[in-house]
Design a protein around this ligand. Structure first.
Ligand code: PLP
Length: 396
């Protein structure tokens, strides 16, 4: 009989020559269990998705209740579907009052594409700025905004009107002009290896955008829903966006994304042309029910309050270890920097062999990603830290 492993390599489109290829049988809380019964602590939450752990009972229960009622009914925007309405009400109640209108999609790339389209339609301008070393997704719109020519060049020509500035560099804000529709920016750069900018930068960005009538689109795909120790990364950074995009941690493990703007702005999609942005599956009722349960769990269990303490624990435990060059942390989005990719990769491989899942960042391959579920217990965390320490010692 052909093994699942062979079927995977033969029939599942591959994204790299060396996938992790762990064969997972089940997942619960912070743990993944493979087909041989080996348990792994998922210290990266499936890349910032399982913010409240895998298969949280509240999420599973919400999914069950919704599947008893209906699955897909109609393309997005036509019927009044309670899971969508309740989720939009919850999300907007957590955001500044002008961010009152939610467009549900299926992923982070789609959320960013939708937000970029909206910014062009609303402002009537075409120029879009984004930051070097930013990852915003793999669809053509999001790819056009990516901050890496090395990646983009293979898919050219991309969408015209896009250019990059340097994250955190105040002088570069001069590139924002009355021709700029929007700047798409992460409150904390994730794939660049957890990079923050200071309050002076965010203030200057906000002022420049106000002066030029440029919209700020905050990409909260990786930073949203508790990851940084605030509900949203823009609260952590200290600025107010005009449009905000979500996905990943929003759905408690189910696929969903959204972009949120003012009602006035979002109405740009209803005329010239009508149906200016549409989706079949966006805001799938089962994903919306799961997302509402996820957000309510974060709120009701006060999970965000724990984040700074857990973050400091990780930073303190690992910062004096021989071989660790730097640690950058924004809540539970953490980068542990080593001297090279080769060393980082060896340490990560050892961690995985010993039962802790970690990885590196797309644009920062000498740094190890740590982004655990925010409800990880102290005991689980201690166990993971011990394994990381031993893995570092073995490879330095
Ligand atoms: N934006 C950011 C900041 C991300 O980190 C990602 C994915 O890693 C995306 C957008 C794209 O999201 P998706 O993979 O759901 O399309």
């Amino acid at each position: 009989m052909i093994s699942q492993r062979n079927l995977f390599f033969n029939h599942i489109a591959q994204t790299s020559p060396e996938p992790l290829a762990l064969e997972i049988d089940s997942a619960l809380g912070v743990y993944l269990t493979d087909i041989h019964g080996k348990k792994y602590i998922d210290l990266i939450s499936g890349i910032s998705v399982s913010n409240i752990g895998h298969r949280h009972p509240n999420v599973v229960n919400a999914i069950r209740l919704q599947t008893d009622k209906y699955l897909h009914l109609m393309v997005y925007g036509e019927y009044i579907q309670s899971p969508q309405v309740l989720l939009a009400q919850k999300i907007t109640s957590l955001l500044p009052s002008h961010l009152s209108n939610v467009f549900f999609v299926n992923s982070g790339s789609e959320a960013n594409d939708g937000a970029l389209k909206l910014s062009r339609k609303f402002t009537g301008r075409s120029e879009i700025l984004s930051c070097l070393n930013a990852y915003h997704g793999s669809t053509f719109g999001a790819l056009s905004a990516m901050g890496s020519e090395d990646y983009k060049q293979w898919f050219a020509p991309l969408i015209p009107g896009f250019s990059n500035i340097t994250f955190g560099n105040i002088d570069d804000l001069q590139k924002i002009s009355v021709k700029t529709a929007a700047i798409l920016i992460e409150p904390i750069q994730g794939e660049a290896g957890v990079r923050t900018a200071n309050g002076v930068y965010w203030k200057a960005l906000q002022q420049k955008c106000k002066d030029t009538g440029t919209l700020i689109i905050a990409d909260e795909v990786q930073t949203g829903f508790g990851r940084t120790g605030k509900m949203f990364g823009f609260e952590y950074a200290g600025f107010t966006p005009d449009i905000v995009t979500f996905a990943k941690g929003m759905g408690g493990g189910m696929p969903i994304g959204a972009f949120v703007a003012s009602k006035e702005m979002m109405e740009s999609f209803t005329h010239h042309p009508i149906l200016g942005h549409i989706t079949t599956f966006g805001g799938h009722p089962v994903s919306c029910a799961a997302a509402l349960a996820c957000i309510e769990t974060i709120e009701n269990e006060n999970l965000i309050n724990r984040v700074p303490e857990i973050s400091s624990f990780i930073v303190n435990e690992l910062s004096d270890i021989n071989g660790v060059r730097e640690i950058r942390a924004a809540g539970l989005l953490i980068a542990i920097e080593f001297d090279s990719f080769e060393i980082n990769k060896k340490i990560i491989d050892t961690c995985i062999q010993n039962g802790v899942i970690a990885d590196w960042f797309l644009f920062c391959d000498n740094s190890m990603r740590i982004a655990p579920p925010i409800n990880i217990t102290n005991l689980e965390l201690q166990k993971a830290i011990e394994i990381i320490k031993k893995s570092i010692e073995k490879n330095i």
